[in-house]
Design a protein around this ligand. Structure first.
Ligand code: SD4
Length: 306
């Protein structure tokens, strides 16, 4: 059913993140403020090795973060391959609000963040460093696909070593405005310089305040290839429900790259202007969190193709 205000986000850690967003939404705050505050919770959580501080490093040992944010007016900001800053989502928001640009990367993004007063930190915590050192023993960097194959073979995965969870969050506020945020440390032990879908407007996140919003998680390469989140929003424009739109977008991945699609995870999450939501993933195991007036800690399972 349709709800307003409402906030939804990817994976189990979305439950706690939604609650931070809800504090803002329930007092009439903006969807933009809500999604920023919400995903910051996941960025700060050191127990998750896939977002913000505590994230797994790239194969050379550098934690590099990707994030983007988009508001109801179509403003957007993004950072990619940002190092040493614990809240990339807030740097992305500053790019949106304080520069004429949409996206800053690497050194330039760091320089900008420092100019804006963000603190420079070491983001590689001991447990993530250990996981990386463990990975280095085999030292066999194979293309992303093989890392992803391992991620499905959970028996081989004590400690979710290769788990790949990004937080994408979408909110509709009491005024009926939509915004979204997406933030990640990207694929564990990725090549240095690799950027996924998460900081790319249209791929990892898209918001059109007339229609709805979408975000994605999983293997970013396939989401970029299909411009996934933009596709989901455009399908909703054509009358698809949020769930049907997400399903069509994952089917597009299957159609384009059937062999790859069987072996990887991609999940989409969508929210429309009425406050209806839905999701669809390639594989089982995708979960998303929902929070609205009636209940603030809902965790749902994503439907899936395979
Ligand atoms: C990426 N989409 O860097 C991100 C990773 C991810 O769930 O979502 N993991 O490709």
């Amino acid at each position: 059913g349709a709800k307003k205000p409402i906030v939804i986000s990817t994976w189990d850690f979305g439950v706690a993140a939604n609650q931070a967003a809800w504090k803002i939404l329930q007092t009439g705050g903006s969807a933009l403020d809500a999604v920023e505050a919400g995903v910051q919770v996941a960025e700060s959580d050191l127990s998750n090795p896939t977002v913000g501080k505590g994230g797994y490093p790239d194969r050379d040992g550098h934690v590099t973060l990707d994030a983007c944010i988009m508001d109801a007016e179509g403003n957007c900001g993004s950072v990619a391959a940002l190092e040493h800053i614990a809240h990339p989502i807030s740097v992305a928001r500053k790019v949106m609000e304080d520069t004429p640009h949409v996206m800053l990367v690497g050194e330039g993004a760091l320089q900008f963040a420092l100019e804006k007063g963000f603190e420079k930190e070491d983001l590689l915590i001991p447990s993530s460093k250990e996981a990386w050192q463990e990975w280095l023993k085999e030292r066999q960097y194979k293309p992303i696909m093989n890392i992803e194959n391992k991620s499905f073979n959970t028996e081989r995965l004590p400690g979710n070593q290769y788990n790949h969870d990004t937080i994408g969050m979408l909110a509709l506020d009491a005024s009926g405005n939509l915004s979204g945020a997406c933030t990640t440390s990207g694929m564990a032990f990725k090549m240095r310089g690799r950027v996924g879908d998460s900081p790319i407007i249209g791929a990892g996140l898209y918001v059109d305040n007339e229609i709805g919003a979408a975000t994605s998680t999983g293997v970013g390469e396939e989401v970029i290839r299909t411009v996934g989140s933009f596709l989901v929003v455009e399908l909703m424009r054509q009358g698809y429900s949020p769930e049907a739109a997400c399903k069509e977008a994952v089917e597009r991945i299957v159609k384009k790259k059937p062999e790859i699609a069987k072996e990887i995870q991609v999940g989409f999450l969508a929210l429309n202007k009425k406050g209806e939501y839905g999701s669809y993933a390639l594989q089982s195991g995708f979960s998303f969190a929902v929070c609205h007036n009636e209940q603030q800690d809902i965790l749902e399972k994503g439907k899936h193709i395979f």
